[in-house]
Design a protein around this ligand. Structure first.
Ligand code: ASP
Length: 357
């Protein structure tokens, strides 16, 4: 009898202990990583003053996203709000600072993906929308579609009462001068009799690749306290783009991908190559099926798959364990991260040797 009483008491104590253990808040790591485009970014061609300007905006955007997840918000809200800050800055090739197409217009692309539900939204070739990433989010949340393009997407934006801005808002001297430079170079190429018609049609891509001096697409990946991952990318595309060209940024699986089972990814660079390799999804597959680490997966995609085709650019990744990595085959990439472990970093130039754990 006495034995029975003691064992019942012990059982009750152990149950209480377990309950207490469950009630203890679990410490889930959370983090955010962002990029502001890859390209010919080097200390020599970027004066200190200019570096400071980029740093201020990148930090502001990073902190915004971090604050959201720190306060218990969702990864999807974090990446959207982070990108809205970068889109509002004239420094990046997204939103306000978007590059010009062949006709001197800003045609913007953006996408967003929720790794918990695999829901996604994207817009392509839109003009005068202040925050294309906000529109992409609305496509995800308020339609049964994934990708809306051109006029139709703009009508949807009107219906959703999104903010529009006039052309003057999107004017940046830097991007306009770059368009004139690329178009001048294109005319010079056309004059060279040895260039075939196909080459001329592709010259926009060639110039971009060869000179490789433009950058500024923006992207973010976040992991929130609930363990959900989200990724987003926004861009003006390539300078002097023609024929309604769309790059990888609004293509789910190419420029953006998120899956709670693996990771979140945002890409930047010559989009055609990221589409052909389905770069962002490929990274996720390498993790899921080939058991690669985040770092190994992006290294393989950027330095082998993209590089072998002749593509240029960079990738950021945040996996389900909170590991962050970035890699690029250009001279530099604007990039930053912040983790709940207290670690954070902001970098522009050559790849770091620092371990991003
Ligand atoms: N990936 C973008 C595009 O091809 C451009 C960039 O990231 O710089 O449209």
């Amino acid at each position: 009898m006495r034995f029975l009483l003691i064992s019942t008491l012990l059982f009750i104590i152990s149950c209480n202990k377990k309950e207490n253990e469950i009630q203890q808040p679990q410490k889930i790591p959370f983090a955010i990583v962002i990029h502001g485009g890859a390209g010919y970014i080097s200390k020599e061609n970027m004066p200190l003053e200019k570096q400071k300007k980029y740093k201020i905006v990148l930090e502001k955007a990073l902190n915004k996203g971090y604050e959201i997840i720190e306060n218990g918000g969702t990864a999807i809200d974090a990446v959207q709000n982070t990108l809205m800050i970068l889109e509002d800055s004239p420094l990046f090739n997204a939103g306000r600072g978007a590059v010009y197409n062949n006709q001197g217009k800003n045609k913007m692309d953006a996408s967003i993906m929720d790794g918990k539900t695999l829901n996604a939204g994207a817009v392509a070739g839109v003009s005068n929308i202040k925050n294309p990433i906000q529109l992409a989010r609305l496509v995800m949340d308020s339609t049964k579609h994934v990708l809306l393009a051109g006029k139709g997407a703009e009508i949807f934006a009107e219906q959703q009462q999104l903010k529009f801005e006039n052309d003057a808002y999107f004017y940046t001297k830097r991007q306009h001068e770059y368009l004139l430079k690329v178009q001048k170079r294109e005319r010079e190429i056309k004059l060279q009799k040895s260039i075939s018609k196909t080459d001329i049609n592709n010259s926009n891509i060639q110039i971009h690749t060869l000179e490789n001096s433009k950058y500024g697409t923006v992207g973010a990946v976040a992991l929130d306290k609930a363990g959900n991952i989200a990724a987003a990318t926004s861009t003006g595309g390539l300078t002097n783009k023609k024929y309604g060209r769309i790059g990888d940024s609004p293509i789910i699986g190419a420029g953006t991908y998120a899956n709670n089972k693996t990771c979140g990814v945002s890409c930047t660079g010559t989009g055609e190559y990221f589409i052909r390799t389905l770069a962002a999804h490929e990274v996720s597959n390498l993790i899921q099926y080939k058991k690669r680490s985040a770092k190994e997966a992006i290294k393989e995609v950027i330095h082998t798959q993209i590089n072998n085709l002749g593509g240029k650019g960079g990738i950021i990744i945040l996996d389900k364990q909170g590991n962050i990595a970035w890699d690029f085959n250009t001279k530099g990439m604007f990039r930053a991260y912040k983790k709940s472990t207290g670690k954070n970093k902001i970098a522009f130039f050559e790849m770091d040797t620092v371990k991003l754990k």
